[in-house]
Design a protein around this ligand. Structure first.
Ligand SMILES: Nc1ncnc2c1ncn2[C@@H]1O[C@H](COP(=O)(O)OP(=O)(O)OP(=O)(O)O)[C@@H](O)[C@H]1O
Ligand SMILES: O=C(O)C1=C[C@@H](O)[C@@H](O)[C@H](O)C1
Ligand SMILES: [Mg+2]
Length: 186
């Protein structure tokens, strides 16, 4: 089967929900950020510091192309993977792409104490999350086959919602953008 790919903002739960999805379905789990750290031997903040965001994005694009070629994996992407048109095109071509949509207010509650995400190490991180959300939400939607709405819900509830949406998507119609909405939306 082609890769199941989670996209969405920092803190949306791509790593948490993606790992759980893979475990439940007997698929291998790969986290793009963790894979880049393992391959370079340094942290994401260090890659940003040494090579700049542009250097990081180059590595991210190359890794995405490689991983999309694999079978039977769940891939959690970095929050900025949709910024490059070329990455969005790759995601459209291959992969069952699931956008975990979480409102910025909830993301802020989760990330306010975070020190590991270089883009949030700014004087006004809350405002930054809202700006990034406004910029990126349309790009995630453009790249996604499935949009799953989450709010203040536990990872297990989000996982259940993802499973329903993927099952619906695979069970035939193959329509894009199956939207799961309801309880828990913030
Ligand atoms: N549904 C949830 N409810 C509450 N906290 C959550 C939920 N999902 C994830 N978290 C917490 O929010 C933080 C961010 O989650 P996670 O690392 O899975 O996000 P991510 O989408 O992978 O972000 P990034 O793009 O930065 O890697 C973690 O501390 C995680 O435990
Ligand atoms: O939102 C982003 O642009 C990023 C999110 C993280 O997953 C990392 O990929 C990195 O910190 C950049
Ligand atoms: Mg992650």
């Amino acid at each position: 089967m082609e890769p199941i790919v989670f996209i969405g903002m920092m803190g949306a739960g791509k790593t948490t929900v993606g790992r759980a999805y893979a475990a439940r379905h007997g698929l291998a789990f790969i986290d793009s950020d963790q894979e880049l750290e393992a391959r370079t031997g340094v942290s994401i903040p260090t890659i940003f510091a040494v090579e700049g965001e542009a250097g990081f994005r180059e590595r991210e694009t190359r890794l995405l192309a490689e991983l999309l070629g694999r079978e039977d994996i769940v891939l959690a992407t970095g929050g900025g993977v949709v910024l490059r048109p070329e990455n969005r095109a790759q995601l459209r071509r291959r992969g069952i792409v699931v956008y975990l949509h979480v409102p910025p207010e909830v993301l802020w509650e989760r990330l306010r104490h975070d020190r590991h995400r270089p883009l949030l190490q700014v004087p006004q991180p809350r405002q930054r999350i809202f700006e990034l959300y406004a910029q990126r939400d349309p790009l995630y939607r453009e790249a996604a086959d499935i949009v799953v709405d989450g709010g203040r819900m536990k990872p297990a509830a989000m996982l259940a919602r993802v499973e329903d949406a993927v099952r619906g998507y695979l069970s035939g119609r193959g329509e894009r953008a199956v939207i799961a909405q309801g309880e828990g939306d913030a």
